[in-house]
Design a protein around this ligand. Sequence first.
Ligand code: FAD
Length: 532
Amino acid sequence: MAIKLFLTAIAICRLIITVGLTLAPTQLLHHLSTHHTDMETVSLDFGRMTRTEPVAVFRPRSAVDVAELVKAATSTVGFTVSARGHGHSINGQAHTSDGVVVEMARRRLRDRNDHTDQFRPRVNFIQQYVDVWGGELWVDVLKSTLVYGLAPKSWTDYLYLTVGGTLSNAGISGQAFNHGPQISNVLELDVVTGKGEIMACSEKKNSELFHAVLGGLGQFGIITRARIALEPAPQRVRWIRVLYNNFTAFTEDQEYLISLHDKGSQKFDYVEGFVIVDEGLINNWRSSFFSPKNPVKISSLGPRARSSNNGDVLYCLEITKNYLEYSDSVDQEVDALLKELDFIPASVFTTDLPYVDFLDRVHKAELKLRSKGLWEVPHPWLNLFIPKSRISEFDQGVFKGILGNKTSGPILIYPMNKHKWDNRTSVVTPNEDVFYLVALLRSALENGEEIQSLKYLTDQNRRILKFCEEAKIGVKQYLPHYTTQQEWIKHFGDKWDHFHKMKMEFDPKHILATGQHIFRPIFNLNADASLR
Ligand code: FAD
């Protein structure tokens, strides 16, 4: 412990001397922090499964500050630099043990009384886009664009994530079948590369960097500005859930609905779904749809649901139709679309709410869980992309097999159209026209039953991955986590050579986002290994 403290102190001194060469010393005091609470905050993430303390925390006031820090990091002393958005990764992806964490989240910068006016979103009403700081939360992007009656087109289910954090992965939700992931809705970026250069990039300008950064897991640069495409914001949402006890009927209907992507108004605007394996309750924490005081029980759904659900699995299709307040056609449009589907007849649940409330639905659930102390617990989440041709095997092997009849959290399943994803970006998806996201969003509880323990859930994740491997299902991890470079090379497949080439071009010293563990860090200021 004493040795660690000594080495850390030396590292900080070297860091401050190095950074001090390029930044005015008075500025430095505002930018770098080793304060206990700052260090503690950035040492943990939403996953709560790893704790990694950096050497210092950096709070920039501009893209130039970020660039100066990165330049200092590439100097002969050298240290690593990890951007941290809202820290909602699962496996320490925004951590570093031998360098500096750059706190990008504008809300946190603002809370520290830093001047963040220059980071405020700027909407261009005529051309329908917004320019935002890379550390802006999506919920704040939404608030700023709604003032103009506009909104981004593609979302994540949860809005308390930063723009830079989701664009480094993909950013998906039930709108992705239609608009593509969030990375398909970006017009321009400003990026601080691993060489400390500030580069603007887009489809037309520095396009290699643009595509590399999108889905690039923070490997090529730190996104300081993103230009996001907007559309006129809907006012209300008709939110519908219907149930299936037949997996084939469920997936056929989902696939039918996403095939309507280019069909004007004759489609739903959002298509998701989830799996219900738990003892008869349809509710889960993510759902503000059913009232917790009045939980919907499968037994209340009539004989067709009950008879085939003796401890078996039900599937819930979740769809929405956006509309304007004065529209009088929403009922007919919804009825016409529902008529084409093959769900259990008695199982239609409908609610109607403002667009913003729908988009912000998971935050409501978060507040409830926080009040019960159930938010800040370990989250061994696993997200997989599965080719359409293998989804029923996955259902048999995992939902009806490995999971048993308890899940400790929601399991999402929904398909997307591959052609809405730009293959030039860094993100990797299965090689089929349609693929599914399966998201196992489970929480571990120390004092719960054994099946809620971290060990049980991580072992189960391992079994699921092993099953996929042995059955050659061809899954790709979303928000991927690997510990060896061999695994990363396999993950990227034929994209690896290009990914590696881009790394050598934009971050040749491998200083950025080392918490992803894709490239071996070449510097090691801190002798104490991370707690990983
Ligand atoms: P962080 O965890 O802080 O960082 C993630 C990675 O991005 C790190 O490697 C970091 O170094 C890098 N990074 C951060 N900021 C920047 C930047 N400005 N420039 C370059 N690199 C950067 N994902 C979905 O797609 N859809 C969902 O519906 C969804 N729902 C979620 C719900 C919850 C409750 C949680 C916890 C996560 C959810 N996610 C979802 C996953 C989420 O999108 C990713 O974990 C995302 O990376 C988190 O964003 P963040 O701002 O917290 O990033």
